[in-house]
Design a protein around this ligand. Structure first.
Ligand SMILES: [Zn+2]
Length: 408
């Protein structure tokens, strides 16, 4: 068998999809369950039906497009991603995974190839978390990480709930999420980082995703007059925050390269030009693919915060707000991706995902693998996000070969 991905058709589909919610600088704004999301969903459903797929929608709005197999009783081999975007997102994040799935089906149709197990393309609802302050809603409910009713009652800044928004755009389906068992799940995605481009390789076989520890830290000192209080008498919480931030940046550099620590959100109070900040709240986000290292990082982070707060006479409160364990993808799925690369003499490397993806949720309920392709300068969550048509086609080809291998 030799079903070949049509590079131009894949690119054209991505570009047509990107017209929905297009932004002036070449990106897309397709916020989850918005009218743009509805139009993109409609277009995907039309294309999938034209390619011979049956469409089903579940109660959290996930779309399943099935290409039947010879063995109707077999569980499907599934691929997909998300077509919602950040407010100023790119054309490829998520959209690539869904369009690559569509291209797999189209290429198999062209070649007249039937598989034993059915193939299925999914568009997961709200991966980005830009509207309802919770990412991976669709895949999270599907995989049992999140309760369906809790997810439906999440609301956006205007008070619109997920349930209302799904009804408004006509994607409140009736299948129970999670009721479709998967034989395997593969997700193709742009890397959203610079590793593959720097290595000059077209494919990353994703072996897992980093774990994450996030903390909310509050330093309390004393507000004071910026003109009258001598430096030696101050309990300045922003100075303490700055010292901690620098120390954590230096700490991260003492671990292996995948270790990252970020202070990304800082709220200084009273945030006045001439008052010494008596209270500062900030976040610490730390990530690494190895649980033991994450634990050691957490101990080091806690020690650094404690020591600096003490030395500066500040009260420290530190709460862990996220503890996500690293995800290891299924060895069989990872190997199917590697084999697909070898058989086409495509160069690849094993890689860890720095970002979270729908696949990280699905890994809990189905054998899962991911395929990364390079993105220009590692830029993502940005209107300028870009990828090469050749690399996108190579990724889709590997996806096709791996899915067919597993489906039989
Ligand atoms: Zn994504």
């Amino acid at each position: 068998m030799n079903a070949v991905i049509n590079k131009d058709r894949l690119w054209e589909s991505l570009m047509q999809l990107a017209e929905i919610g297009a932004t002036p600088k070449g990106g897309v704004c397709r916020i989850s369950l918005s009218d743009e999301d509805r139009r993109a969903r409609d277009l995907f459903c039309t294309w999938a039906r034209d390619a011979g797929c049956d469409i089903r929608i579940d109660a959290i709005g996930n779309i399943f497009a099935r290409r039947p197999g010879n063995d109707a009783a077999a569980a499907p081999v599934v691929t997909g991603s998300h077509i919602d975007s950040q407010p100023l997102g790119g054309k490829f994040d998520g959209a690539y995974g869904v369009m690559a799935g569509l291209e797999v089906v189209r290429a198999l149709n062209d070649a007249g190839i039937e598989t034993a197990a059915p193939l299925e393309i999914v568009d997961w609802t709200d991966e980005e978390g830009a509207r309802f302050a919770a990412g991976c809603i669709g895949s999270g409910v599907f995989s049992g990480h999140r309760d369906l009713n809790d997810a439906l009652s999440l609301s956006d800044a205007e008070g619109t709930t997920v349930a209302d928004a799904l009804r408004e755009i006509g994607y409140a389906g009736d299948i129970a999420p999670g009721s479709i068992p998967f034989k395997a799940y593969f997700e193709a995605h742009i890397e959203q980082g610079p590793v593959l481009e720097a290595a000059g390789l077209p494919i990353g076989t994703v072996i897992g995703a980093q774990g994450q520890r996030c903390f909310m830290v509050t330093l309390t000192g004393v507000d004071g007059h910026a003109g009258t209080l001598p430096m030696a008498k101050r309990q300045d919480t922003f100075v303490g925050t700055a010292k901690i931030t620098v120390a954590l940046s230096e700490l991260a550099a003492t671990y292996d390269p995948p270790a990252v620590i970020t202070v990304g959100h800082v709220r200084v109070s009273p945030n006045s030009r001439n008052t010494i900040p008596g209270r500062t709240v900030f976040t610490i986000d730390s990530r690494h693919p190895d649980t033991d290292v994450l634990q050691r990082m957490e101990a080091d982070i806690t020690r650094i915060c404690t020591d600096i707060a003490k030395a500066d006479g500040l009260e420290l409160q530190m709460d862990a707000v996220t503890r996500a364990e690293p995800v290891a993808f299924d060895p069989g799925c990872v190997d199917a991706v590697r084999t697909a690369c070898r058989e086409r003499q495509i160069r690849f490397m094993d890689i860890h995902s720095g970002a979270g993806h729908d696949a990280c949720k699905i890994a809990a309920v189905a054998p899962t693998g991911m395929i990364f392709v390079p993105c220009e300068d590692g830029i993502s969550h940005n209107e300028l996000e870009s990828a090469r048509a050749e690399d996108l086609a190579t990724g889709a080809q590997v996806l096709l070969d791996a899915m067919v291998k597993v489906a039989g």
